[in-house]
Write a protein that binds this ligand. Structure first.
Ligand SMILES: Cc1ncc(COP(=O)(O)O)c(C=O)c1O
Length: 500
């Protein structure tokens, strides 16, 4: 036991451990109270000035106030003032809810505090196992490589790095040694380009910039009337680029675009990739999880042909942030892109480092937390079937919301619903078309500010849309009825004045 003059951050002595235990139990109880009463709470609380002031001007704490007082401050100023994404009527952007078991798994992982770079430890075995389960679910081969990452942006960026690495190596350059600079021969590497639809998520731009290829290396292929990549345009552009001496290296297909949930024709895109020897990356941030349902699987057919696939368990797997997953078909190429050595982490066949650092060799991070635990515990507890049923429920809810919209004379559905995203607007006849965008912007803001619900907004064909992305295991059908009533009420209020 530590002596009083030997500092530690653990409680010192049995009484101090007991005190901490009761605080810890209170923390769990408070969190469960909060989560079990969400439907009685507003969907969002605008940040009060008191909170802004308290959090915005806190001086650096040189002397601590103790865990109890710090926790009280958390309860007063932090706990309730988030985007509201845990709430049953939150459908903004694509933010998942989290689960109570996932929350406890995150606590257990933090308690274990295991660095999952690899090593000969249980957490590495769990990550290997869970990645194998996910590869099986996604139709990837058992020897595929994988990695838990913060999210699909990171996973997809790593995937493009693997694709770029292979393309440069194939062209006779050593990408690890010279990057995009001229090597010892003095020859410059090829001008690489990749393709994705104009609806591809913004990570792609950041990725090509970060990989040194530049924004113009990401060719935005036009979409059809259902927001899917136009394959004729893709094929034409690839041929034109090749004729110009530009070197295509990858195609990004999206299953479930962020704006409208559109699903690219992955089998056809895989054919184009195959014919041109291009890497196929699938962004399946939320849409890939539809594969878990027998009924929905045909909608996302073809993603199992991808060279790499990124998706988020923190979206349609409902788990707490962060929990993204990257799968790469060619394990050797994945490792070649990132593997590193150092005297301080030389491999060994015995001891803690036996087994090496396989996860550090698949991405940028050496220190990695134990994200796989929340997936492992949740899948063991609930089974794949329960996720599949919830995903189907969300798709049914999206169709229900679309039906409610279509049945209401004052509402207009702006896109056919493919999966779980519904884009609609308040658009009664006789309202000047110019006014519809500002009216719908205001409807979204009032829904949020009054704590009724949190949809977000987007533009569909230039029309401002109220957008609901449903990855919420807490939503009930009645929540969508309440949303539609509120949209019409607020829209009428804006046209005719309060009390309309
Ligand atoms: C289609 C798509 N791709 C990528 C992302 C980015 O995912 P993350 O925020 O996990 O990096 C999102 C986020 O909503 C998305 O919808």
């Amino acid at each position: 036991m530590a002596l009083a003059d030997e500092p530690t951050l653990d409680p010192v002595g049995a009484a101090a451990w007991d005190d901490f235990r009761s605080l810890a139990h209170r923390m769990v109880d408070d969190m469960l109270d909060h989560l079990s009463t969400l439907d009685e709470q507003p969907a969002w609380r605008p940040l009060p000035d008191t909170v802004r002031r308290a959090l915005g001007s806190e001086p650096l704490p040189i002397g601590g106030v103790g865990a109890e007082a710090a926790y009280d401050d958390f309860k007063t100023h932090v706990l309730r003032y988030t985007t509201g994404n845990v709430h049953p009527r939150f459908w903004g952007w694509v933010q998942g809810n989290g689960t109570v078991l996932g929350m406890m798994a995150a606590m257990l992982a933090a308690g274990m505090n295991s660095i999952v770079a690899g090593f000969d430890q249980s957490s590495a075995l769990v990550e290997h196992r869970v990645l194998a389960w996910l590869a099986e679910l996604m139709g990837f081969p058992p020897d595929a490589s994988g990695l838990f990452v913060s999210g699909t942006s990171t996973g997809s960026t790593l995937a493009l790095a693997v694709a770029r690495h292979g393309a440069l190596a194939k062209a006779g350059f050593d990408p690890r040694e010279h990057g995009l600079q001229a090597g010892s021969t003095g020859q410059r590497p090829p001008h690489l380009v990749c393709y994705g639809s104009a609806e591809t998520h913004g990570w792609a731009r950041k990725a090509v910039e970060l990989l040194g290829l530049g924004n113009t290396a990401f060719v935005r292929v036009p979409v059809d009337s259902r927001d899917r990549m136009n394959l004729v345009a893709l094929d034409r552009r690839v041929r034109e680029d090749k004729a110009k001496g530009v070197v295509p290296f990858a195609i990004i297909a999206t299953v479930g675009t962020v704006n409208t949930g559109a699903i690219d024709d992955v089998p056809a895109i895989a054919n184009v990739a195959g014919e041109n020897d291009l890497w196929l990356h699938v962004d399946g941030a939320f849409g890939a999880l539809a594969r878990l349902s027998d009924r929905l699987r045909p909608l996302v057919a073809g993603l199992e042909r991808a060279d790499s696939l990124a998706f988020d368990l923190h979206k349609w797997g409902y788990l707490p942030f962060e929990c993204g997953c990257l799968l790469v078909r060619d394990a050797a190429r994945h490792r070649e892109t990132f593997a590193n050595t150092g005297d301080y982490m030389a491999p060994a066949t015995r001891g803690v480092i036996a087994g090496g650092l396989p996860f550090a060799e698949r991405g940028l991070e050496l220190t990695r937390d134990f994200k796989a635990l929340k997936v492992w515990l949740s899948l063991k507890s609930d089974g794949v079937g329960s996720w599949a049923r919830l995903i189907e429920q969300n798709v049914n809810q999206a169709r229900y919301l679309a039906d409610l919209v279509q049945a209401h004379p004052a509402l207009e559905l702006l896109r056919e619903v493919t999966l779980n995203i519904v884009c609609f607007r308040y658009a009664p006849t006789h309202v000047d078309a110019q006014q519809l965008n500002p009216i719908n912007v205001e409807i979204v803001l009032r829904l949020q500010e009054r704590g009724i619900a949190v949809p977000s907004g987007t533009l569909v064909d230039g029309h401002y849309a109220i957008r609901c992305a449903i990855v919420n295991h807490r939503s009930r059908y009645a929540d969508f009825e309440a949303l539609v009533d509120a949209v019409v009420r607020i829209g009428d209020e804006l046209r005719f004045g309060e009390g309309a």
